[in-house]
Design a protein around this ligand. Structure first.
Ligand SMILES: [Zn+2]
Length: 304
């Protein structure tokens, strides 16, 4: 993978052990490591005594128990969800059942655009189709709890319903899967859209928060600079696609081979989807063409 981004893969929190990473912010790791989840999903607890949970995680009994044990003697008053992938939102229903706390999020899982005929199964595979927030948040909405305030920041791209949450009067932004220190996220149609993703990165550049707490791995420090490197990385990938197509038309496997050197074989499919996301964006912008709507099987060429 490209190292033009100053990745930080240090993250030593063992699953089930709570850690206060910032005054009034605790984190807890779920034991669901993998090529897309790094060490696992990180759930956050904001506040003291009357607290919010951000991203309760997957349907993992040990993690749900650990979350509830951590806040024993306290009250969960709010449950926030950054987005509806299965490693982030499904436990919300269980935490709500146990505590009565209402859920907050942008909305149900949905595609970033109209589906092509063969795409519905892919949308279903990673998405949590059950989640419906009790309160649907819009960009800029502020939710106030006991001693904390969270501002919802619509950050579509990784999913259409992705939200980040800024902790008011602090340097902290909970970035979900939008920006992470250990890796770039998958941006895969039809869940995700590269044009939305890039716009959501630009949006964060203008915000004051300097430390991001992501859904996987450790904190992102010097966050605006890091976001800049994320943007540069995606632009570089776009350039690689365009320069390969300048040599002649190509399909997605050919482009993946050219762009991703030394790719973890488990990530080949994801890399193909990520290239597809770029291609969709480039077609929309009129830089490249293909026959019919862009799809995973299409042949792409520069606009002549
Ligand atoms: Zn995700």
């Amino acid at each position: 993978m490209s190292e033009d981004i100053p990745f930080d893969r240090s993250f030593d929190l063992p699953p089930g052990k709570v850690e206060e990473i910032y005054p009034g912010v605790r984190r807890l790791l779920c034991n669901n490591p993998g090529p897309f989840t790094f060490k696992g999903t990180v759930s956050y607890i904001v506040g003291r005594d009357r607290v919010a949970v951000i991203d309760p995680g997957p349907l993992d009994e040990a993690h749900i128990k650990a979350l509830l044990d951590t806040v024993q003697g306290e009250t969960i008053t709010h449950i926030f969800v950054t987005h509806t992938h299965r490693d982030h939102s499904p436990a919300a229903a269980r935490i709500k059942a146990a505590t009565g706390a209402p859920t907050f999020g942008e909305g149900p899982h949905r595609a970033a655009r109209e589906l092509h005929l063969d795409e519905a199964p892919r949308l279903d595979a990673s998405g949590d189709q059950e989640f419906r927030p009790d309160t649907a948040l819009a960009d800029g909405d502020v939710v106030a709890g006991d001693g904390w305030m969270l501002e919802a920041i619509a950050t579509p791209g990784h999913t259409a319903n992705h939200m980040a949450f800024a902790l008011k009067d602090s340097e902290i932004l909970f970035s979900g899967d939008h920006v992470m220190a250990w890796s770039t996220p998958v941006v895969a149609p039809p869940d995700g859209a590269m044009s939305d993703y890039m716009a959501s990165l630009e949006k964060l550049l203008h915000r004051p928060e300097t430390t991001y707490l992501p859904g996987h791995g450790g904190a992102v420090r010097d966050a605006p600079r890091f976001v800049e490197s994320y943007i540069g990385h995606r632009r570089g990938r776009e350039q690689s696609i365009l320069s390969r197509l300048a040599e002649g038309e190509a399909d997605i496997p050919t482009l993946v081979q050219r762009i991703y050197i030394g790719l973890d074989p488990r990530l080949t499919r994801a890399a193909g989807l990520s290239v597809f996301a770029h291609l969709e964006d480039l077609v929309t912008r009129g830089l490249i063409v293909t026959d019919g709507p862009p799809s995973l099987g299409s042949i792409y060429r520069l606009r002549g």
